[in-house]
Design a protein around this ligand. Sequence first.
Ligand code: DO4
Ligand code: MG
Length: 275
Amino acid sequence: MRLYRTQQGPYLLNDNLYYRIEDTSWDALITREDLHAFCRSVIERGERTKAFSYGTLLAPIESQEVWAAGVTYYRSRSARIEESKDAGGGDFYDRVYSATRPELFFKATGARVVAPNHKVRVRSDATWSVPEPELTLLISPKGTILGYTIGNDMSSRDIEGENPLYLPQAKVYDGSCALGPCIFVDPEPLPTATRIAIQIVRNGETAFSGSTALSELKRDPKTLVSFLYRDNSFPKGCFLMTGTGIVPPDSFTLASGDQIRIVIDPIGTLVNEVA
Ligand code: DO4
Ligand code: MG
């Protein structure tokens, strides 16, 4: 079951059939502890509707915060050790990869999140920018994983590589976070065979493509949530990006007009262009 936030309100899609969800705010809907059972009850009522127009799609977030986990894949650890080599910061990435406590950082508020088919940005003072395709958890106020969406944790590698203390500037700026296209509502963990794939299209041709699988994710999503919710309350729930396992080669940097396509079955495809 997939929940879409549109300009006309929330829609549920199941088995190619659409259902309109009336009389609820997005916040109230996606923070329901019984979200899965509620969506089932909408389907059982059987009041189908026409498909919504994909042009009216909004990011699937309202008042929630977006947080992100880092260095949760070996590829992210190696790329970061390499990019921070000249600054002598490499050891921290190796240590956090194997430490019990994960790296968690604040990424965005709902109002800052870019919707599907809208433009993400690279920083004007960065020279080396990449997208980070990440499985993203929707977590209830009580800390239950209710569903999944696709996240793009846009990052400035030169700024982070210069000094790890610059991480917030490398990660948090206008247009640096995209989520969508929907919330895949499932109380069960996604299979470890689930693939995350990215394609970056420049002038009609693939400039970079790559993929990974959830089996490469070093941390259990539930453990990431338990650290995030330790001494931290989220009355409106929260989204947590689980880290990237795909980093383009060092010669690659994003350019204006690039189209970023991130696919995670069974969630869908998140498409954004670079402004
Ligand atoms: O350590 C810095 C950020 C890591 C990150 O965003 C990732 O691994 O996805
Ligand atoms: Mg990331």
